[in-house]
Design a protein around this ligand. Sequence first.
Ligand code: SDX
Length: 428
Amino acid sequence: MGDTARICVDGKTFELPIVEGTEGERAIDIRKLRSETGLITLDSGYANTGSCRSAIPFIDGDQGILRYRGIPIEELAEKSNFLEVAYLLLSGHQPNREQFDYFLKSITHHTMIHEDFKRFFGALPKDAHPMAACSAAIGALSTFYPDSLDPRDERHIEISVHRLIAKTTTIAAYAYKHSVGQPFMYPRNDLSYVGNLLYMMFGNPCESYEVDPVIEKAIDLLLILHADHEQNCSASTVRLVGSSRVNLFAAISAGINALWGPSHGGANQEVIHMLQAIADQGMTGREFVERAKRGDPGARLMGFGHRVYKNFDPRSKIIKKACFDVLEKLGVHSRLLEIAVELEEIALKDDYFVERRLYPNVDFYSGVIYSAIGTPPTMFTALFAIGRLPGWIAQWLEMHQDPDFKIGRPRQIYTGPPITSYVPLEDR
Ligand code: SDX
């Protein structure tokens, strides 16, 4: 028998197996804890709890390591492209030329949405947040494919995966077009995945649209960096919702809603609002950091801190460098980037942040690039969702293929009143 953990409860000793991962991570396997001891564990926010085994991402928060299927994020950022990374996450291996061409062709030819579906957006107010539109639309998308939603049918899964990766870009672009009162742009199969996304967002019927290769490459890089990240809030949501065996579209819709929160993917939008407020109010970085340390309302240093990374977020380092590269190539000066750099320099030397091991995360610099290419802050998290989609789907697939698969149903510790009686209305 391998290593075990012993616990002593009411004078009795119990042994629980310790499991070990590829990189030496260890966990106490508590699957028999309640049946053997009558006890459950309590761990608000699941900071100490592993929900599953996964072979997809690997993060070492102390070393600032992130790998997708074993490949370091730095290598993928430099050498790969988003659809190739999506294939890697989904299938577990890098595609050969034939496999990639098949995948690319299928994604390219599924970007169009049903003509009737365009009316969906007309039901929304002009200022509808794109994340509300996207989560609702992705959930509704399943109604067009009632014959291919079975999560246990290989063919249904493949076509649903391709439809989602393809159509989510179209839906996000249409949510944006609706918000600016411009006509929807039909997808163009002659453009790359990212080029088509940019065309559908920023093109218009009155003039031709040339995809800027600098912007195309920058967005492709950001999508790679956002593609998966262990059991974060939204990935855990996709797994939990998917564990009820609901269709993939519904599980992804739930993940989009979880990502929207300002503590999670919604932080990229809040960072830009924070940087803009500092600029508009003529505040110094030090003044804002002091407010953040005091916990003043609305003064949280958004884009800083992480549940897992306690050294640095490798994605933030890559995005920060990309900010300078892209803005230089575009000839754009960004006051917001200057403020972000100043905030980072101050915070990384300040005991408050150092003691709490708070560093810039993936959201701290990403909005600077999105802003520089003309994306409104409300679209930032929708772009995060497009990037995270293959990771969510890969985790959903892995869950369904897990021999230990079962519906997720945590327990609780009850803290309400002891048994009490119903009081008739006239006696209250
Ligand atoms: C993402 O999980 C993932 O992998 C997520 C993600 C992904 O790719 O999926 O990486 C994407 O969501 C990145 C995080 C984006 N969110 C933000 O940038 C929002 C700002 N950051 C925080 O709210 C916070 O850091 C979290 C939510 C990210 C992490 O929260 P934790 O792990 O629960 O830590 P905590 O809130 O308990 O904070 C620990 C301490 C607290 O101080 P004390 O109560 O101990 O005195 O650090 C403080 C917090 O008040 N703190 C901050 C802070 N973040 C934490 N203080 C000021 N500014 C901050 N940003």
